[in-house]
Design a protein around this ligand. Structure first.
Ligand code: NDP
Length: 334
């Protein structure tokens, strides 16, 4: 089998030297173990954080060991009576990741079966970690009310697309910020956003936000941070809420970004800004999955994916997140 290891910890944007592909052999599964063939791997922005050894909510990847991420796999051979060849499975029972390998030995105790009636990759997106992040971040921290204006950065991505549609379902005016004309068209077309702004072609982001938000901003769902957030902050209303979901604009920074830049605004307008990680909501995943599932079945939430084919494309797909190569969830089909 092949494995992709973290070869060295990157400084700034990861490069080809960050990764190393090796060939190795797997023993036969022992009692309680299951041999898996991965079908899809997820690549997600937080993985950049795990490449560094800075203090975090999740331990760093180990150097010279396989990188790991969310995934869906098919059972090839099982020494655990709960699984049979052909079952579709994901990590479970306290585990969230599969190693980046073309064959995986995994303890049956840490696997869960998934329902094959829904596209399996959806469990990595709208019905998985990104969808739950959008749901809890918006509903629990954003607390949307009908008639309010919600601005979402990283709007055309895995989390942003779901957050925007949920905000619309709550009766809000929804404005997305994304990189590129195609993404902006997708947001206002297929995904029914009220307005969308291409930050890459907008020297006057501040004015574009003012024009798209004539009544100011009540909720800013922040996926990116940096200058986009600086611009949105100028337009916050009294008692605005900011779920700080991600800061992808800063993940490859080698210096601490300039700051503080927003505090006076937070004080003047009594703004609530709260960071969160989805793991905080683990006891409520069932509720989130049920609500998202209902909306999907009712056709109220749609989804988009960018599927890249080939195990060897995993590093490229991961790096593609940092230049916006994806619309919706970035997935690698093995
Ligand atoms: P996306 O699918 O949104 O992919 C990342 C997107 O970020 C790219 O497509 C690109 O879109 C945008 N981007 C990349 N670099 C920059 C930049 N310098 N400035 C502005 N935009 C940039 O990823 P996810 O939906 O999975 O994640 C979105 C955010 O949410 C990330 O910051 C992630 O870390 C965070 N997150 C947080 C979780 C939590 O528990 N708090 C859980 C899941 C995700 P574009 O073309 O628009 O630039």
């Amino acid at each position: 089998i092949q494995q992709i290891l973290l070869n060295e910890r990157p400084e700034g944007l990861p490069t080809a030297d960050t990764f190393k592909t090796v060939t190795t052999e797997l023993p036969a599964p022992a009692n309680g173990e299951v041999l898996l063939q991965p079908l899809y791997f997820s690549v997600d922005p937080y993985m950049r954080g795990r490449m560094s050894d800075a203090r975090s909510y999740i331990p760093p990847f180990r150097v010279r060991e396989p990188i790991e991420s969310g995934g869906v796999a098919t059972v090839v051979e099982s020494k655990d009576p709960r699984f049979t060849a052909g079952d579709l499975v994901m990590p479970g029972g306290g585990r969230n990741f599969f190693p980046w390998a073309t064959g995986i030995l995994f303890p049956g105790d840490h696997l869960r079966k998934i329902d094959g009636s829904i596209s399996p990759s959806y469990y990595l997106g709208v019905l998985g970690m990104p969808g739950l992040t959008a749901y809890f971040g918006l509903m629990d921290i954003g607390k949307p009310k009908a008639g309010e204006t919600v601005v979402i950065s990283g709007a055309a991505g895995a989390v942003g697309l779901v957050a925007g549609q949920i905000a619309r379902l709550q009766g809000c005016r929804v404005v997305g910020i994304a990189g590129g004309e195609e993404k902006v068209k997708m947001l206002t077309g297929e995904f029914n956003f009220d307005a969308a702004i291409n930050y890459k072609d907008n020297k006057h982001l501040d004015e574009a936000i003012a024009a798209a938000c004539p009544n100011g901003v009540d909720i800013y769902f922040d996926n990116v941070g940096g200058e986009i957030s600086d611009a949105v902050m100028q337009h916050l209303n009294f008692f605005a809420r900011i779920p700080v979901c991600g800061q992808i604009a800063l993940y490859n920074s080698t210096e601490v970004p300039m700051g503080p830049r927003v505090q006076p605004t937070l004080i003047k307008f009594s703004v609530l800004m709260q960071g969160f990680t989805i793991g905080n909501y683990a006891p409520r995943y069932g509720e989130g999955m049920q609500q998202l599932g209902e909306w999907i079945r009712a056709g109220k939430i749609k989804y988009a994916e960018t599927v890249i084919e080939g195990f060897d494309q995993l590093p490229t797909a991961l790096l593609g997140l940092f230049s916006g190569k994806n619309s919706g969830k970035m997935i690698v089909k093995v």
